[in-house]
Structure formats: structure tokens, C-alpha cells
Design a binder for this molecule. Sequence first.
Ligand code: PLP
Length: 453
Amino acid sequence: MTYQNYSLAQLRQADAAHHLHPFTDHKDLRAAGSRIVSRADGPFVYDMDGNEILDGMAGLWCVNVGYGRDELAEAAFEQMRELPYYNSFFRCSTPTPVLLAKKLAEIAPDGLNQVFYGSSGSEANDTALRLVRHYWALEGRPEKNRVISRDWAYHGSTIAGTSLGGMAAMHHQLHGAVPNIVHVMPPYAYELAEAGESDEQFGLRAARALEEAILEAGPDTVAAFIGEPVMGAGGVKIPPASYWPEIQRICRKYDVLLMLDEVITGYGRTGAWFAAQSMGIEPDTITTAKALTSGYQPLSALLVGDRIATALVEKGGEFFHGYTYSGHPVACAVALKNLEIIEREGLIERVRDETGPYLGQALREKLGDHDLVGEVRGFGLLAAVEIVKDKKTKTRFDPVGRAAGLVRDHAIANGLMMRAVNDTMILSPPLIWTKETIDMACERIAKALDLAR
Ligand code: PLP
């Protein structure tokens, strides 16, 4: 590998000189220099400073089967040798996207039988937005084109993804969002529940914000609601059990399509193939990416429900949308092998029965009493730890994010990769973590919290 001909200092220097990073303050990066991760194995990544770091984020919520899987490399190699690329346009297809679509229809919730491919979650959400609007136009109702989303949502970084998302800082830099997208409150009880309000009551109130928005806009103008079953990048915000059934009821009542964004929650993270199955949600579309290939190849799949797909097929006419790499044969070969590994190793059952419940319990038992910890929450292998100055009053540190940033830095220095979203520390580890790995992570977080005091 050619990078080995370069010293770490040379790589850092070239990185600073030529590489613009995603979601990065480059002035700050130039001062600090990048951590250069050059290899990984199982649950660990290794940087060129010689550190072994337990990866509590599965890369970026994606490496569900862990690192170092030769089978995935072999699947890619064989497919590249056989057919590295051909498109799925112009009445063509290649075998692996076909077989993957068939497999996805088998594991998806009932009624989602069609797949539209892209290379990223952002692209898949662009597709989803265009598709739901196209659907209503096909039905002769083009004015039914508003989409309702939530504050704190993350749906990607393209213009459509950012417009659908509810990140204030991102909207600030958008300088012109996609029109007809409305945002309502998120189901974030820790900050938004009122005194004396039960979890169930709060979940219903948060869901009814959707109903109010539909009524305000007029049901005849609302195409769809989009939401992550558990909000990920916005801070692992887990809705009360009453939330999604009420959202479903409201969508049905006003004939509003339900779009789930499972880019993080898909492919086992919540103890089922999809969180829709864990939570009993019946969506019209599911956006997936990331763990579809465990991040070994860029690939997204929008799962499309029968109602939309039937209209698309029966009404006919070209849907003028697609990407050069829609259904990339190599990425699809890797996805097929990845799904096979998840199934063969029983990773979903492990999350559902063992590590999922244990992660929440261990974090609560080992960190819940710490004076910097306001709340611990978990759902499957997704977890959050809220950092506060005062547990009783839920007072945050000032400025927002600095304390959690400090905890994150101590965690990484102590061998655990975590992420901080404002004052929320996040974990989203590979599904290969065992109870012992979870214990190791808890010890490292406890140490980081003590150091940040
Ligand atoms: N949707 C959700 C819920 C995500 O978490 C992400 C990325 O983190 C995306 C969409 C965008 O995916 P990508 O970064 O692959 O474009």
C-alpha cells in the first residue's frame, strides 16, 4: 500500500493542505491535525499514532458486522473480476441488485416489496422525497406535496436532505431550502416534557404536533411525514411507546404517507431487521444505507411500499430519476454477503435478547449516578448519555457542547471512540459487541466522566 511510504507527519501535512473534510471547522482542524486511522479489526480501529481504540460508533453508525471481514473483501473482489460495473438504466439489470432486492423484500416489513438504489442515505432521501411527490401527482393530486419532518431530524446533507432535516445550524447555511417542508417538535422527553407529564402523555402530545401541522396546512396539501424511528445524529432521542402508534393513526386519518428513515436503525441495530418491526410501525417507504453493507461499500436502498409501487407501475410513464451507481453490482454483492453474515451469526437475536437490553442496563447501573449524568437512554445497540451541570435542575454547561466534547476527548484518549451531539454522548457500536465489550466501554466512559469533572 502506497501510504506506508509516507510518514504520519507527511500524511497529516498533505491532509491539511488538500483534504476538505465533511462537517469540520478547518481552522480548528489545521491547528489540531487529523487522527489518521489506517486499519481496523473486529471491534477495534488503529490510528497511526499507535493507539488501539474500541469503536463505540461502528465507524459512523454503519460497521454492524465489525471490521476485518475477509468474506466481504472476497465478495467485492469476485464481483469486480466478473463485472465491476454496469448500469440498471435502459431496460438493463445485473444479477446482484436483483438478488439483493429479492432478499430485501423478504426481510422488510410486509408490504414493502420494491427497492430503489443509491449510494448514500442522502441520495435515498432525495429519491424518497421525489417519489412521494411523484406518487400524489400520479394520483392526480399534485397539490398534496408538503412533507412534515421534525426539529433535530437528520436526513442527510444534500439540499433535499438538509431541508428535510431539522438541524438549525445546517439550515442556517442552506441559503434556500427545498420548499414545502415543515418541521414539528421531536419526541425528546428529557428536554420537552412538562412537569408532571407522564412518558405516555408526552409521546401523545409530541405526536399530535403532527396533527396540528396537518390541520394548519390543510390535509389536502400534505404528502407525507418523515421520521427516524429513533433520532440518531440529533442525539439518540428515543420516543415514548405511545408516539409511533399515534403518528401512524394520524397519518392514516389524513391519508398522509409515512416515510421512515432507517439509515441508522436498519439491519439489526434495534434487535430486528428494521425498527419498524421492533416498534410495530407500518410505513410506506423505508430509507436504508450504512449497515446494508456494514459500510464496506457505499450503498443505499429505498424500500418502497406496494401502494406507491403499484401506482408507479400501473399508471406508467417514466420516473425521471436515478443515479449512475443505482444498483452498483459490487456494492450489492457486498450487501448480500453482509446480510448473510448478520443472519448466520444471529447478530439480530443477540442484540434483541442479550446485548441490547444489557447495554442500557449497564450504562444506567454504572454511570446513572455520576454527577455529570442527567439521563441514560438506550434502545437496542443505540444509547445516549446526557451530560449536565446539575442533575436535579437539568442545567446544562455553558457553552453548549463543551463539557460533552471534553468527555468525548477523554473517552477517545482512554481507548473508546464516542460521539458528542451538543451535550449528548452517543454510542452505536458494531453488533458483534459482547457483554464483556460493553463492560469495557462502560469503564472507559466512567473514567472519561471523572476526568471531565
Ligand atoms: N438519514 C439518517 C437517519 C442518517 O443518520 C444519515 C447519516 O448519518 C443520513 C440519512 C444520510 O446518509 P449519508 O451520510 O449516507 O448520505
